[in-house]
Write a protein that binds this ligand. Sequence first.
Ligand code: ATP
Ligand code: MG
Ligand code: MG
Ligand code: MG
Length: 470
Amino acid sequence: KKLGLHEIRKEFLSFFQEKEHLVLPSFSLVPKNDKSLLLINAGMAPLKPYFTGIEEPPKRRVVTCQKCVRTGDIENVGKTARHATFFEMLGNFSFGDYFKKESIKWAWEFMTERLEIPVEKLWISIYKDDDEAYEIWNKEIGVSEDKIVRLGKDDNFWELEIGPCGPCSEIYVDRGAEYGCENEDCKPGCDCDRYVEVWNLVFSQYDKDEKGNYNPLPNPNIDTGMGLERITVVLQDADNIFEIEPIKSIVKRVEKICQVKYGTDNKTDVSIRIITDHIRAITFMVSDGIIPSNEGRGYVLRRLIRRAARHGKLIGIKENFLYDLVDEVIKGWKEIYPELSEKREQIRKIVKIEEEKFEETIDQGINILKEHIEKLKKEKTNILDGNTAFKLYDTYGFPLELTKEILEEEGIKVDEEGFNTEMEKQRERARKAREKEDKNAWKLDFTAELGNLKTNFIGYDKLVSNSKVL
Ligand code: ATP
Ligand code: MG
Ligand code: MG
Ligand code: MG
Protein backbone atom coordinates (compact mmCIF):
# COMPACT_ATOMS: atom_id res chain seq x y z
CA LYS A 1 0.00 0.00 0.00
CA LYS A 2 1.56 3.26 -1.09
CA LEU A 3 0.17 5.51 1.61
CA GLY A 4 1.54 8.98 2.28
CA LEU A 5 2.85 10.46 5.52
CA HIS A 6 -0.43 12.01 6.57
CA GLU A 7 -2.40 8.93 5.61
CA ILE A 8 -0.20 6.60 7.62
CA ARG A 9 -0.51 8.83 10.67
CA LYS A 10 -4.26 8.64 10.32
CA GLU A 11 -4.23 4.87 9.84
CA PHE A 12 -2.13 4.39 12.94
CA LEU A 13 -4.28 6.56 15.16
CA SER A 14 -7.53 5.02 13.97
CA PHE A 15 -6.13 1.48 14.18
CA PHE A 16 -5.42 1.91 17.86
CA GLN A 17 -8.55 3.91 18.45
CA GLU A 18 -10.42 0.83 17.24
CA LYS A 19 -8.48 -1.07 19.90
CA GLU A 20 -9.94 1.24 22.51
CA HIS A 21 -7.05 3.68 22.78
CA LEU A 22 -7.62 7.34 23.56
CA VAL A 23 -6.17 9.54 20.81
CA LEU A 24 -4.21 12.45 22.27
CA PRO A 25 -2.77 15.27 20.14
CA SER A 26 0.98 15.73 20.03
CA PHE A 27 2.41 17.43 23.08
CA SER A 28 4.65 20.48 22.72
CA LEU A 29 8.35 19.93 21.97
CA VAL A 30 9.01 21.74 25.24
CA PRO A 31 8.80 19.29 28.14
CA LYS A 32 6.58 20.19 31.08
CA ASN A 33 7.94 19.79 34.60
CA ASP A 34 10.84 17.67 33.43
CA LYS A 35 14.28 19.05 34.13
CA SER A 36 16.03 15.94 32.85
CA LEU A 37 15.01 16.66 29.30
CA LEU A 38 15.72 19.56 26.94
CA LEU A 39 13.37 18.64 24.11
CA ILE A 40 10.76 15.93 23.70
CA ASN A 41 12.62 13.09 21.98
CA ALA A 42 10.11 10.23 22.09
CA GLY A 43 6.39 9.65 22.25
CA MET A 44 6.60 8.38 25.80
CA ALA A 45 8.52 11.40 27.12
CA PRO A 46 5.53 13.67 27.80
CA LEU A 47 3.63 10.69 29.23
CA LYS A 48 6.23 9.92 31.86
CA PRO A 49 4.02 10.93 34.82
CA TYR A 50 1.52 8.25 33.76
CA PHE A 51 4.21 5.59 33.64
CA THR A 52 5.67 6.45 37.01
CA GLY A 53 2.21 6.75 38.54
CA ILE A 54 2.65 10.37 39.59
CA GLU A 55 -0.44 11.24 37.58
CA GLU A 56 -3.56 9.32 36.69
CA PRO A 57 -3.83 8.86 32.89
CA PRO A 58 -7.11 9.93 31.21
CA LYS A 59 -7.35 6.34 29.97
CA ARG A 60 -5.23 3.21 30.43
CA ARG A 61 -4.71 2.97 26.66
CA VAL A 62 -3.40 5.98 24.76
CA VAL A 63 -2.20 6.53 21.19
CA THR A 64 -0.30 9.58 19.89
CA CYS A 65 1.72 10.99 17.07
CA GLN A 66 4.39 13.03 18.83
CA LYS A 67 6.69 15.74 17.47
CA CYS A 68 10.26 14.82 18.43
CA VAL A 69 13.69 16.42 18.20
CA ARG A 70 16.91 14.43 18.53
CA THR A 71 19.97 16.53 17.90
CA GLY A 72 22.04 13.56 19.01
CA ASP A 73 21.46 12.22 15.50
CA ILE A 74 22.64 15.40 13.79
CA GLU A 75 25.82 13.94 12.29
CA ASN A 76 23.74 11.30 10.53
CA VAL A 77 21.29 13.72 9.00
CA GLY A 78 21.55 13.93 5.24
CA LYS A 79 23.96 10.99 5.20
CA THR A 80 21.89 8.01 6.29
CA ALA A 81 18.52 7.34 4.71
CA ARG A 82 16.73 7.30 8.02
CA HIS A 83 17.85 9.97 10.48
CA ALA A 84 16.34 13.38 11.06
CA THR A 85 16.71 15.88 13.88
CA PHE A 86 12.97 16.52 13.74
CA PHE A 87 10.60 13.63 13.19
CA GLU A 88 7.18 12.40 14.21
CA MET A 89 6.86 9.33 16.38
CA LEU A 90 3.76 7.17 16.36
CA GLY A 91 3.14 5.31 19.59
CA ASN A 92 0.62 3.19 21.45
CA PHE A 93 0.81 3.07 25.21
CA SER A 94 -0.56 0.90 27.98
CA PHE A 95 -0.46 2.16 31.55
CA GLY A 96 -0.71 -1.05 33.46
CA ASP A 97 -3.31 -2.40 31.04
CA TYR A 98 -2.41 -4.75 28.17
CA PHE A 99 1.12 -6.11 27.86
CA LYS A 100 3.60 -7.98 25.68
CA LYS A 101 1.26 -10.32 23.87
CA GLU A 102 -1.24 -7.68 22.75
CA SER A 103 1.39 -5.13 21.82
CA ILE A 104 3.25 -7.63 19.63
CA LYS A 105 0.08 -8.95 18.09
CA TRP A 106 -1.23 -5.51 17.24
CA ALA A 107 2.07 -4.25 15.91
CA TRP A 108 2.22 -7.23 13.57
CA GLU A 109 -1.39 -6.79 12.55
CA PHE A 110 -0.83 -3.13 11.76
CA MET A 111 2.28 -3.80 9.72
CA THR A 112 1.09 -6.81 7.75
CA GLU A 113 -2.67 -6.31 7.47
CA ARG A 114 -3.28 -2.60 7.71
CA LEU A 115 -0.16 -1.47 5.85
CA GLU A 116 0.16 -4.72 3.92
CA ILE A 117 3.91 -4.95 4.25
CA PRO A 118 5.01 -8.36 2.91
CA VAL A 119 5.91 -10.68 5.77
CA GLU A 120 9.16 -11.71 4.04
CA LYS A 121 10.54 -8.21 4.50
CA LEU A 122 10.06 -8.13 8.24
CA TRP A 123 12.70 -8.93 10.84
CA ILE A 124 12.46 -8.89 14.60
CA SER A 125 14.94 -8.12 17.33
CA ILE A 126 14.43 -9.07 20.95
CA TYR A 127 16.43 -8.62 24.13
CA LYS A 128 18.74 -11.62 24.41
CA ASP A 129 17.13 -13.08 27.55
CA ASP A 130 13.54 -12.29 26.70
CA ASP A 131 12.32 -15.80 25.94
CA GLU A 132 8.76 -14.74 26.53
CA ALA A 133 8.98 -12.29 23.59
CA TYR A 134 10.68 -14.97 21.52
CA GLU A 135 7.84 -17.41 22.16
CA ILE A 136 5.21 -14.89 21.17
CA TRP A 137 6.97 -13.89 17.94
CA ASN A 138 7.89 -17.42 17.00
CA LYS A 139 5.00 -19.56 18.22
CA GLU A 140 2.02 -17.22 18.17
CA ILE A 141 2.86 -14.87 15.31
CA GLY A 142 4.84 -17.44 13.35
CA VAL A 143 8.00 -15.48 12.64
CA SER A 144 10.71 -17.99 11.78
CA GLU A 145 13.69 -18.46 14.07
CA ASP A 146 16.23 -17.11 11.58
CA LYS A 147 14.39 -13.81 11.41
CA ILE A 148 14.52 -13.14 15.12
CA VAL A 149 17.75 -11.51 16.26
CA ARG A 150 18.78 -11.39 19.90
CA LEU A 151 20.46 -8.12 20.90
CA GLY A 152 22.17 -7.07 24.11
CA LYS A 153 21.39 -4.58 26.81
CA ASP A 154 22.70 -1.55 24.92
CA ASP A 155 20.26 -2.01 22.08
CA ASN A 156 17.26 -3.69 23.54
CA PHE A 157 16.88 -2.97 27.22
CA TRP A 158 15.39 0.29 28.39
CA GLU A 159 16.19 1.56 31.86
CA LEU A 160 16.84 4.61 33.96
CA GLU A 161 18.96 4.64 37.13
CA ILE A 162 15.95 3.44 39.06
CA GLY A 163 12.25 2.93 38.35
CA PRO A 164 10.23 1.19 35.65
CA CYS A 165 12.35 -0.56 33.01
CA GLY A 166 12.37 -3.59 30.77
CA PRO A 167 13.36 -5.30 27.54
CA CYS A 168 12.49 -4.03 24.05
CA SER A 169 11.63 -5.71 20.80
CA GLU A 170 12.12 -3.99 17.48
CA ILE A 171 10.59 -4.46 14.05
CA TYR A 172 12.93 -4.02 11.08
CA VAL A 173 12.16 -3.87 7.39
CA ASP A 174 14.62 -5.40 4.96
CA ARG A 175 14.84 -3.02 2.01
CA GLY A 176 16.90 -5.41 -0.05
CA ALA A 177 20.52 -6.16 -0.81
CA GLU A 178 20.96 -3.00 -2.89
CA TYR A 179 20.86 -1.01 0.35
CA GLY A 180 23.24 -3.39 2.12
CA CYS A 181 26.86 -2.98 3.11
CA GLU A 182 30.09 -4.96 2.76
CA ASN A 183 29.71 -6.37 6.23
CA GLU A 184 29.27 -10.14 6.08
CA ASP A 185 27.32 -9.95 9.27
CA CYS A 186 24.88 -7.37 7.90
CA LYS A 187 21.60 -7.97 9.72
CA PRO A 188 19.18 -5.96 11.87
CA GLY A 189 21.25 -3.77 14.15
CA CYS A 190 23.84 -3.09 11.43
CA ASP A 191 24.57 0.59 10.84
CA CYS A 192 23.77 0.57 7.14
CA ASP A 193 20.45 1.39 5.50
CA ARG A 194 19.37 -2.10 4.52
CA TYR A 195 17.50 -3.20 7.64
CA VAL A 196 15.63 -0.15 8.78
CA GLU A 197 14.42 -0.15 12.35
CA VAL A 198 10.90 1.17 12.16
CA TRP A 199 9.20 0.25 15.41
CA ASN A 200 10.42 -0.19 18.94
CA LEU A 201 8.23 -1.94 21.51
CA VAL A 202 9.26 -1.39 25.11
CA PHE A 203 7.98 -3.82 27.73
CA SER A 204 8.45 -2.02 30.98
CA GLN A 205 7.92 -4.91 33.32
CA TYR A 206 10.40 -4.34 36.16
CA ASP A 207 10.91 -1.79 38.86
CA LYS A 208 14.62 -1.33 39.42
CA ASP A 209 15.55 -0.47 43.00
CA GLU A 210 18.60 1.34 44.44
CA LYS A 211 20.45 -1.95 44.89
CA GLY A 212 20.03 -2.78 41.22
CA ASN A 213 17.42 -5.50 41.73
CA TYR A 214 14.84 -5.92 39.01
CA ASN A 215 11.53 -6.45 40.77
CA PRO A 216 8.64 -7.54 38.53
CA LEU A 217 5.90 -4.91 38.27
CA PRO A 218 2.41 -6.13 39.15
CA ASN A 219 0.96 -4.01 36.31
CA PRO A 220 3.60 -3.73 33.58
CA ASN A 221 3.42 -0.99 30.93
CA ILE A 222 3.76 -0.81 27.19
CA ASP A 223 5.49 2.02 25.40
CA THR A 224 6.08 1.88 21.66
CA GLY A 225 7.60 4.21 19.08
CA MET A 226 7.51 4.11 15.31
CA GLY A 227 9.15 6.74 13.12
CA LEU A 228 6.47 8.12 10.80
CA GLU A 229 8.96 9.24 8.14
CA ARG A 230 10.70 5.86 8.17
CA ILE A 231 7.56 3.82 7.79
CA THR A 232 6.50 6.12 4.95
CA VAL A 233 9.84 5.53 3.20
CA VAL A 234 9.29 1.79 3.51
CA LEU A 235 5.75 1.90 2.20
CA GLN A 236 6.61 4.08 -0.76
CA ASP A 237 9.80 2.24 -1.58
CA ALA A 238 11.54 5.60 -1.41
CA ASP A 239 15.30 5.85 -1.13
CA ASN A 240 15.35 8.00 2.01
CA ILE A 241 13.24 10.28 4.19
CA PHE A 242 13.87 13.26 1.92
CA GLU A 243 12.14 11.54 -0.98
CA ILE A 244 8.70 11.51 0.59
CA GLU A 245 6.12 14.30 0.57
CA PRO A 246 5.79 16.84 2.06
CA ILE A 247 9.51 16.70 2.87
CA LYS A 248 10.36 16.40 -0.81
CA SER A 249 8.64 19.72 -1.47
CA ILE A 250 11.09 21.42 0.87
CA VAL A 251 13.98 19.81 -1.01
CA LYS A 252 12.55 21.17 -4.25
CA ARG A 253 12.21 24.64 -2.82
CA VAL A 254 15.82 24.62 -1.59
CA GLU A 255 16.88 23.37 -4.99
CA LYS A 256 15.14 26.34 -6.57
CA ILE A 257 16.74 28.85 -4.23
CA CYS A 258 20.30 27.57 -4.64
CA GLN A 259 19.88 26.81 -8.33
CA VAL A 260 21.83 23.60 -8.08
CA LYS A 261 20.13 20.48 -9.27
CA TYR A 262 19.46 17.92 -6.55
CA GLY A 263 20.93 14.53 -7.35
CA THR A 264 23.94 15.66 -9.35
CA ASP A 265 26.56 15.98 -6.63
CA ASN A 266 26.64 14.14 -3.33
CA LYS A 267 28.11 17.02 -1.37
CA THR A 268 25.46 19.49 -2.49
CA ASP A 269 22.80 16.88 -1.90
CA VAL A 270 23.91 16.44 1.70
CA SER A 271 23.72 20.20 2.24
CA ILE A 272 20.27 20.39 0.68
CA ARG A 273 19.09 17.55 2.90
CA ILE A 274 20.57 19.15 6.01
CA ILE A 275 18.82 22.44 5.24
CA THR A 276 15.58 20.58 4.61
CA ASP A 277 15.86 18.69 7.87
CA HIS A 278 16.89 21.65 9.97
CA ILE A 279 14.20 23.99 8.68
CA ARG A 280 11.61 21.48 9.84
CA ALA A 281 13.12 21.35 13.31
CA ILE A 282 13.49 25.13 13.38
CA THR A 283 9.92 25.86 12.30
CA PHE A 284 8.39 23.42 14.76
CA MET A 285 10.61 24.54 17.62
CA VAL A 286 9.75 28.22 17.16
CA SER A 287 6.06 27.37 16.79
CA ASP A 288 6.31 25.79 20.24
CA GLY A 289 7.64 29.03 21.69
CA ILE A 290 11.39 28.43 21.61
CA ILE A 291 13.56 31.41 20.60
CA PRO A 292 17.28 31.46 19.79
CA SER A 293 19.42 32.11 22.85
CA ASN A 294 22.71 31.12 24.39
CA GLU A 295 21.51 28.30 26.54
CA GLY A 296 19.27 25.29 26.70
CA ARG A 297 16.66 24.81 24.03
CA GLY A 298 17.27 28.26 22.57
CA TYR A 299 20.86 27.24 22.06
CA VAL A 300 19.89 24.12 20.18
CA LEU A 301 17.66 26.26 17.98
CA ARG A 302 20.42 28.80 17.37
CA ARG A 303 22.77 26.02 16.40
CA LEU A 304 20.28 24.54 13.95
CA ILE A 305 19.58 27.88 12.28
CA ARG A 306 23.26 28.66 11.88
CA ARG A 307 24.13 25.24 10.67
CA ALA A 308 21.39 25.47 8.05
CA ALA A 309 22.52 28.96 7.05
CA ARG A 310 26.10 27.75 6.76
CA HIS A 311 25.07 24.95 4.43
CA GLY A 312 23.15 27.52 2.43
CA LYS A 313 26.39 29.44 1.93
CA LEU A 314 28.16 26.23 1.01
CA ILE A 315 25.83 25.65 -1.90
CA GLY A 316 26.04 29.21 -3.08
CA ILE A 317 23.01 30.91 -1.56
CA LYS A 318 23.94 34.55 -1.07
CA GLU A 319 20.89 36.09 0.60
CA ASN A 320 18.94 35.12 3.70
CA PHE A 321 16.59 32.32 2.76
CA LEU A 322 15.63 30.30 5.79
CA TYR A 323 12.82 32.58 6.94
CA ASP A 324 11.21 32.13 3.55
CA LEU A 325 11.58 28.37 3.64
CA VAL A 326 9.46 28.33 6.81
CA ASP A 327 6.38 28.67 4.59
CA GLU A 328 7.12 25.39 2.88
CA VAL A 329 7.09 23.61 6.23
CA ILE A 330 3.89 25.33 7.26
CA LYS A 331 2.27 24.38 3.98
CA GLY A 332 3.17 20.73 4.49
CA TRP A 333 1.99 20.25 8.06
CA LYS A 334 -0.50 23.02 8.90
CA GLU A 335 -3.53 20.74 8.82
CA ILE A 336 -2.07 18.57 11.53
CA TYR A 337 -0.36 21.28 13.56
CA PRO A 338 -2.47 24.48 13.52
CA GLU A 339 0.10 26.27 15.68
CA LEU A 340 2.24 26.56 12.56
CA SER A 341 -0.15 28.87 10.70
CA GLU A 342 -1.09 30.72 13.84
CA LYS A 343 2.53 31.67 14.49
CA ARG A 344 3.63 32.17 10.91
CA GLU A 345 4.65 35.82 11.17
CA GLN A 346 6.48 35.25 14.42
CA ILE A 347 8.38 32.23 13.13
CA ARG A 348 9.53 34.08 10.01
CA LYS A 349 10.61 37.09 12.00
CA ILE A 350 12.59 35.14 14.58
CA VAL A 351 14.36 33.07 11.94
CA LYS A 352 15.18 36.16 9.88
CA ILE A 353 16.74 38.04 12.79
CA GLU A 354 18.88 35.02 13.64
CA GLU A 355 20.02 34.70 10.02
CA GLU A 356 21.04 38.35 10.06
CA LYS A 357 23.00 37.85 13.24
CA PHE A 358 24.81 34.96 11.65
CA GLU A 359 25.67 37.22 8.77
CA GLU A 360 27.35 39.60 11.22
CA THR A 361 29.35 36.74 12.67
CA ILE A 362 30.53 35.77 9.22
CA ASP A 363 31.55 39.38 8.61
CA GLN A 364 33.67 39.32 11.73
CA GLY A 365 35.28 36.14 10.50
CA ILE A 366 36.12 37.79 7.20
CA ASN A 367 37.87 40.61 9.04
CA ILE A 368 39.92 38.13 11.00
CA LEU A 369 40.79 36.29 7.83
CA LYS A 370 41.91 39.54 6.26
CA GLU A 371 44.28 40.17 9.16
CA HIS A 372 45.76 36.74 8.63
CA ILE A 373 46.21 37.41 4.94
CA GLU A 374 48.13 40.61 5.69
CA LYS A 375 50.31 38.77 8.16
CA LEU A 376 51.05 35.91 5.77
CA LYS A 377 51.94 38.34 3.04
CA LYS A 378 54.39 40.13 5.31
CA GLU A 379 55.94 36.82 6.26
CA LYS A 380 56.01 35.88 2.59
CA THR A 381 54.32 32.52 3.20
CA ASN A 382 51.44 31.21 1.19
CA ILE A 383 49.92 28.70 3.56
CA LEU A 384 47.36 29.35 6.26
CA ASP A 385 47.81 26.96 9.19
CA GLY A 386 45.11 24.36 9.83
CA ASN A 387 44.45 25.57 13.32
CA THR A 388 43.36 29.02 12.17
CA ALA A 389 41.24 27.56 9.39
CA PHE A 390 39.60 25.32 11.93
CA LYS A 391 38.98 28.20 14.31
CA LEU A 392 37.30 30.12 11.53
CA TYR A 393 35.13 27.11 10.88
CA ASP A 394 34.34 26.36 14.48
CA THR A 395 33.91 29.85 15.86
CA TYR A 396 32.75 31.90 12.89
CA GLY A 397 30.92 29.23 10.96
CA PHE A 398 33.27 29.35 7.96
CA PRO A 399 33.12 26.23 5.86
CA LEU A 400 36.62 25.25 4.74
CA GLU A 401 35.50 25.81 1.15
CA LEU A 402 34.69 29.42 1.93
CA THR A 403 38.07 30.02 3.55
CA LYS A 404 39.79 28.37 0.62
CA GLU A 405 37.86 30.42 -1.87
CA ILE A 406 38.77 33.71 -0.23
CA LEU A 407 42.42 32.73 0.16
CA GLU A 408 42.67 31.49 -3.39
CA GLU A 409 42.15 35.00 -4.67
CA GLU A 410 45.29 35.96 -2.74
CA GLY A 411 47.24 32.96 -3.92
CA ILE A 412 47.22 31.41 -0.49
CA LYS A 413 46.55 27.76 0.33
CA VAL A 414 45.21 26.11 3.47
CA ASP A 415 47.00 23.40 5.43
CA GLU A 416 44.10 21.02 4.93
CA GLU A 417 45.79 18.19 6.75
CA GLY A 418 46.12 20.36 9.82
CA PHE A 419 42.50 21.40 9.46
CA ASN A 420 41.39 17.78 9.22
CA THR A 421 43.39 16.83 12.30
CA GLU A 422 41.60 19.49 14.33
CA MET A 423 38.30 18.42 12.85
CA GLU A 424 38.98 14.81 13.76
CA LYS A 425 39.76 15.79 17.34
CA GLN A 426 36.52 17.70 17.47
CA ARG A 427 34.57 14.78 16.03
CA GLU A 428 36.07 12.44 18.56
CA ARG A 429 34.95 14.72 21.38
CA ALA A 430 31.48 14.93 19.88
CA ARG A 431 31.34 11.20 19.29
CA LYS A 432 32.19 10.45 22.90
CA ALA A 433 29.49 12.80 24.09
CA ARG A 434 27.01 11.32 21.67
CA GLU A 435 27.78 7.75 22.53
CA LYS A 436 26.36 8.45 25.93
CA GLU A 437 23.33 10.12 24.45
CA ASP A 438 22.67 7.33 21.98
CA LYS A 439 22.45 4.79 24.71
CA ASN A 440 20.13 7.16 26.44
CA ALA A 441 17.73 7.67 23.56
CA TRP A 442 14.96 6.22 25.60
CA LYS A 443 16.40 7.41 28.86
CA LEU A 444 15.39 11.00 28.37
CA ASP A 445 18.70 12.44 29.41
CA PHE A 446 20.21 15.03 27.15
CA THR A 447 22.84 16.49 29.42
CA ALA A 448 25.74 14.78 27.69
CA GLU A 449 24.63 16.09 24.36
CA LEU A 450 24.17 19.58 25.70
CA GLY A 451 27.77 19.58 26.83
CA ASN A 452 28.75 18.60 23.33
CA LEU A 453 26.81 21.47 21.78
CA LYS A 454 28.40 23.95 24.14
CA THR A 455 31.98 23.07 23.21
CA ASN A 456 31.10 23.11 19.54
CA PHE A 457 29.53 26.48 19.44
CA ILE A 458 31.07 28.43 22.27
CA GLY A 459 32.37 30.88 19.72
CA TYR A 460 28.96 32.06 18.72
CA ASP A 461 28.14 32.54 22.35
CA LYS A 462 30.94 34.98 22.82
CA LEU A 463 30.23 36.76 19.60
CA VAL A 464 26.56 37.29 20.00
CA SER A 465 26.64 38.08 23.68
CA ASN A 466 26.74 41.83 23.14
CA SER A 467 24.32 41.90 20.29
CA LYS A 468 20.65 41.99 21.12
CA VAL A 469 19.16 38.64 21.90
CA LEU A 470 15.47 38.38 21.18
P1 ATP B 1 18.22 4.08 15.38
O1 ATP B 1 18.86 2.89 16.03
O2 ATP B 1 17.82 3.85 13.97
O3 ATP B 1 19.00 5.34 15.58
P2 ATP B 1 16.70 4.29 17.78
O4 ATP B 1 16.81 2.89 18.29
O5 ATP B 1 17.61 5.30 18.35
O6 ATP B 1 16.83 4.31 16.17
P3 ATP B 1 14.23 4.59 19.18
O7 ATP B 1 14.79 5.36 20.31
O8 ATP B 1 13.97 3.15 19.38
O9 ATP B 1 15.19 4.80 17.91
O10 ATP B 1 12.93 5.35 18.63
C1 ATP B 1 11.76 4.68 18.14
C2 ATP B 1 11.62 4.86 16.64
O11 ATP B 1 11.72 6.23 16.24
C3 ATP B 1 12.69 4.17 15.83
O12 ATP B 1 12.41 2.82 15.69
C4 ATP B 1 12.64 4.93 14.51
O13 ATP B 1 11.62 4.44 13.68
C5 ATP B 1 12.29 6.33 14.95
N1 ATP B 1 13.48 7.20 15.01
C6 ATP B 1 14.45 7.20 15.95
N2 ATP B 1 15.38 8.13 15.72
C7 ATP B 1 15.00 8.75 14.57
C8 ATP B 1 15.56 9.81 13.80
N3 ATP B 1 16.68 10.43 14.17
N4 ATP B 1 14.90 10.20 12.68
C9 ATP B 1 13.76 9.59 12.29
N5 ATP B 1 13.19 8.57 12.98
C10 ATP B 1 13.79 8.16 14.11
MG1 MG C 1 18.08 1.38 17.37
MG1 MG D 1 15.20 1.52 18.98
MG1 MG E 1 19.19 6.30 17.51
